[in-house]
Design a protein around this ligand. Structure first.
Ligand code: GLN
Length: 541
């Protein structure tokens, strides 16, 4: 029988429920349990695909083409197993299903209500993953903070499931904050007590409390939390601030979070988790022998979460190369007002980010022209690749007015154009070219050397594409199309000759980089940046 763990959060948002869930899952996975994580988000959007990155950070895309919450990225990066549409559910999706059923007459004239209809649908979704596949443990992270009006139906569903399945099959881990008041030089437990009270009002008694803190929790503090919150002493877990999110599984292992969970769920605790590979990764991450500076040219730089997977991919590929990667966010709009050499000085590589719309495009194009001409390693992702094509058309093919029709629908040279099957689509949300598609690589290209094979599959999220009407012209002028979709002939990767590393990819490699499998394109890009730095320094010497 599948066991269920519900992770809720109290006191404030951003306590890191996603990281705690992913770390716990990692420990259970390394004890040979079949485990998965899902995220329930209380907002009304059907999925986060229509959200501006400033609102909710990056939209993470799964193999099966779901536009999901960025926490699913953490789950995949930690567990090294893919998630799917079923791993992310929102209030919008729950209501949509219930309302559709009501319109079909499936409720047989009944009044459709939050309880039981919405909560039943929430419960059905909570158990769906285990119905479709064989899991020992399903961890469900409930988004938002206990006390939010919109979280109530989820807590009610958890209460019902705990009663229906029994406490040994269904537990709640509540994540809270124990703030340190520097004036009083004291850790304070009151916010945690209040947040547990709030949870109790919904009928849910937490089984384990994970307490975020800046300072180690004393025995007295743990005892106080234990007695006021009705949680046994051993189940008050300290989650002290970590140097990196990748330390958290090790910290949770030391705090025995996995053992507490397994004991409560009446599962074996005999085997110890094998974290050899994880610790090796941490060792490489923490004692790099080299360092490179990479510029991340994008327009959502004010919010690093907008490029979450890109930052994490640099962590994985940096560790793989034993190289610290310093990522410098560069706002594409500031590149539009000149002094590009000063702004891109001291960089060993430039990544031009994905994005939508016209704002900041010219800055991205200027950055690409600069790195192409100077031989600085370049990686363009999605919109970044499309900008590389436009830059090449304008400055090498001399088609000065070339553009993407996303930016200029009337351009005389639409080198990037809407994909034919996108032309009729008017609705937003889940209508882009989404998810995994195959790609065949050209032997000997940077791409195929990076992957070490010629057949790959990568995830997509876009409406525009390289316009194959210009293929011959580009090829003649030295741009190489080294990755092609074998079924549709869409161009997936561009490279150029006589440049140490110039790669543009239409897909999103950052969505498939994990701790144990750093993405080959990021690995080769960081490696190229390192080579560039060393050679550059050699010339200077
Ligand atoms: N806006 C571009 C398109 O839709 C690129 C999308 C992206 O970078 N994810 O094709």
């Amino acid at each position: 029988m599948t066991k269920y763990i519900f992770v809720t959060g109290g006191v404030t948002s951003s306590l890191g429920k996603g990281i705690i869930s992913a770390s716990l899952a990692k420990l259970l996975q390394e004890r040979n349990y079949k485990v998965t994580i899902q995220k329930f988000d209380p907002y009304i959007n059907v999925d986060p695909g229509t959200l501006n990155p400033y609102e909710h950070g990056e939209c993470y895309v799964t193999d099966d083409g779901a536009e999901t919450d960025l926490d699913l990225g953490h789950y995949e990066r930690f567990l090294n197993t893919p998630t799917s549409q079923d791993n992310n559910v929102t209030t919008g999706r729950i209501y949509q299903t219930v309302i559709n059923k009501e319109r079909e007459g499936q409720y047989l004239g009944k009044t459709v209500q939050v309880i039981p209809h919405i909560t039943d649908e929430i419960k059905r979704r909570m158990m769906l993953l285990a119905e479709k596949r064989d899991f020992d443990i399903v961890i469900t992270e409930i988004g938002g903070t206990v006390g939010d009006i919109e979280s109530l139906p989820y807590l009610e569903a958890v209460r019902q499931l705990k009663r229906e399945l029994g406490n040994q099959n269904c537990i709640n881990i509540h994540l809270t904050l124990i703030p340190y008041l520097s004036a009083a030089k004291e850790l304070k437990t009151k916010p945690t007590q209040h947040s547990v009270k709030e949870l109790l009002q919904s009928g849910v008694q937490p089984d384990i409390l994970v307490c975020r803190t800046e300072q180690p929790l004393t025995k007295e503090i743990k005892q106080k939390v234990s007695s006021f919150c009705n949680v046994d002493y051993k189940s008050v877990i300290e989650a002290i601030d970590a140097q990196t999110i990748y330390d958290v599984p090790i910290l949770m292992l030391k705090e025995k979070l996995d053992i507490r969970v397994l004991k409560k769920l009446k599962l074996r605790t005999s085997q110890t988790p094998d974290l050899t590979a994880w610790k090796e990764f941490l060792g490489r991450l923490k004692s790099p022998t080299h360092e490179v500076n990479i510029g991340l040219v994008g327009k959502y730089n004010e919010l690093p979460d907008a490029y979450k997977s890109i930052y994490e991919s640099f962590v994985h590929s940096g560790a793989h190369n034993e190289c610290k990667v310093n990522v410098f966010p560069i706002h594409s709009e500031i590149l539009e007002v000149g002094e590009i050499d000063r702004k891109l000085a001291n960089l060993d590589g430039v990544l031009v980010a994905p994005g939508f719309g016209e704002r900041g495009i010219q800055g991205k194009i200027e950055a690409i022209k600069f790195v192409r001409e100077k031989g600085i390693p370049f990686l363009g992702i999605c919109l970044g690749m499309q900008c590389a094509v436009v830059e090449y058309a304008r400055n090498v093919l001399k088609l000065k007015k070339a553009s993407s029709t996303e930016v200029n629908p009337k351009t005389s040279y639409p080198v990037i154009d809407l994909m034919p099957d996108q032309k009729e689509i008017t609705t937003k949300g889940g209508t882009m070219r989404l998810g995994a598609y195959k790609c065949r690589l050209e032997k000997g290209s940077i791409a195929s050397r990076s992957y070490g094979r010629v057949e790959i599959s990568e995830r997509h999220r876009h409406r525009y594409e390289f316009n194959n009407a210009y293929l011959d012209h580009f090829t003649k002028e030295g741009m190489k199309f080294t990755g092609i979709n074998p079924d549709t002939n869409l161009a997936e990767i561009v490279e150029i000759s006589n440049h140490p590393y110039f790669v543009g990819v239409q897909f999103h490699p950052e969505l498939k980089s994990t701790v144990e499998r750093p993405h080959p394109i990021f690995v080769s890009f960081v490696n190229a940046a390192l080579k560039y730095k060393l050679s550059d320094e050699k010339t200077k010497a």
